[in-house]
Design a protein around this ligand. Structure first.
Ligand code: NDP
Ligand code: MG
Length: 385
């Protein structure tokens, strides 16, 4: 029996690589639902090729074109956030790959968990905004959340069954395209420069997050919720070659590391096939001639990482606010409305203006998210004027 999967964000970087993993293992995986934002052409092509029972497109103005393209193929076409949730909860799906970008993934992911689906989680923003809620629901419904993010997949693989002996998780970071730059130099960097990641080809939002190092901050919060470790037990180490994907330090001083090529298909495959590890035809790591180097992150030039630790420690609605402010500020930067350092400054300002709600429910998290986006836009536009 093939494992039936639904992919939220199938037209994106992770979504497309998930389909490459499906191509690699056609006997093991079957795509039953696909969902995307607005890329109707690619979604049509994917639906024709993988014959899911359902496709969802967020952008309602594209739904009739999609339905026309797929007429006669016996594929349900749905739209809007309810449509994305329908893909996430499709009756046949066993595992849902959450690869939409941003907090939009939260509600469909919660619905998938409540429908008893295992989650292959790429969409880290979901755990950042609502980690307590999402992990509690997963426990209640007996479903697993398996990491797709390369660092978390690495840690997951380095954690032994007995993880009481863990002393520290060491999340590695490439440092992004601006490692070693001064504050002054960052003032002038352009969108094109920020979108050039040295080691990974990813969607725009996460690429900018990698440049500000907010991505690492989001990953610290993601690790806290995935592995249930205290903030003091999570550290970040810059490793520009992105060969070690993360490490676990044990109390006896042993450190286990996970190495691999920077190829997201490997952690995607592991999340889909866990606990099995199948052979594939992807290129393998060749360490001969490679040098591995490490350094402390520069928190002064890249304060986003410190903001994320602070948000995580404070908890309540603050991580959701940080995440939403960051999404809005990254958009302003991509629209060339604010400078690169302004992204993190806006996030910091919005966080300091927020009145934290403790132990928030979903409505309170979503309200904090909306407030933070509006506040960021307001401050961002005022800055520009
Ligand atoms: P992309 O921007 O490449 O893809 C995003 C996907 O989500 C697209 O399919 C897009 O559809 C869809 N989408 C966007 N907005 C909506 C919406 N409102 N409703 C439904 N679907 C929507 O992002 P990535 O693949 O790079 O990243 C996806 C997630 O995975 C992020 O959370 C990121 O942090 C995480 N991640 C990514 C890694 C990577 O290597 N790329 C590594 C680790 C984690 P459309 O194409 O139609 O716009
Ligand atoms: Mg990562």
């Amino acid at each position: 029996m093939r494992k039936k999967i639904a992919i939220l964000g199938s037209t994106g970087s992770i979504g497309r690589q998930t389909l490459e993993v499906v191509d690699e293992f056609p006997e093991q995986f079957q795509v039953v639902a696909l969902a995307a934002g607005s890329n109707v052409d690619l979604l049509t092509e994917q639906a024709r090729r993988y014959s899911p029972v359902l496709v969802a497109i967020m952008d309602e103005s594209k739904a009739s074109e999609l339905a026309r393209n797929l007429a006669g193929l016996n594929i349900d076409v749905v739209t809007g956030l309810n449509g994305i949730s329908a893909a996430a909860t499709n009756r046949q799906a066993e595992t849902v790959v959450t690869a939409v970008s941003g907090c939009t993934g939260l509600v469909p992911t919660l619905n998938a968990i409540r429908a008893g689906k295992n989650i292959a989680l790429a969409n880290k923003e979901t755990l950042v905004s609502a980690g307590a809620l999402v992990t509690a629901e997963a426990k209640k419904h007996g479903v697993s959340i398996l990491p797709v993010d390369s660092e978390h997949s690495a840690i997951f693989q380095c954690l032994e069954r007995e993880n009481r002996a863990v002393s520290r998780l060491i999340i590695t970071a490439s440092g992004g395209p601006f490692r070693g730059r001064s504050n002054n130099e960052l003032q002038k960097v352009t969108k094109t420069e920020a979108l050039q990641h040295p080691n990974w080809a990813m969607g725009d939002k996460i690429t900018i997050d990698s440049a500000t190092m907010m991505n690492k901050g989001l990953e610290v919060i993601e690790a806290h919720w995935l592995f249930g470790v205290d903030w003091e037990q999570i550290s970040v180490l810059v490793h520009p070659q992105s060969i070690i994907h993360s490490m676990v330090e044990y109390k006896d001083g042993s450190v286990l590391a996970h190495l691999g090529r920077p190829d997201m298909r490997i952690p995607i495959q592991y999340a889909l096939s866990y606990p099995d590890r199948a052979g594939n035809t992807f290129p393998k790591l060749d360490l001969a001639g490679k040098t591995l180097s490490f350094e402390e992150p520069d928190l002064e030039t890249f304060p986003a990482l410190a903001l994320a630790f602070a948000a995580g420690r404070r908890g309540g609605t603050l991580p959701a606010v940080m995440n939403a402010a960051n999404e809005a500020a990254v958009n302003l930067f991509l629209q060339e409305k604010v400078s690169f350092p302004e992204i993190t400054r806006l996030v910091d300002q919005v966080m300091s203006r927020h009145t934290v709600v403790d132990a928030p429910n979903l409505e309170q998290i979503l309200a904090a998210d909306v407030w933070a986006r509006e506040e960021t836009l307001r401050l961002g536009h005022a800055r520009k004027a």
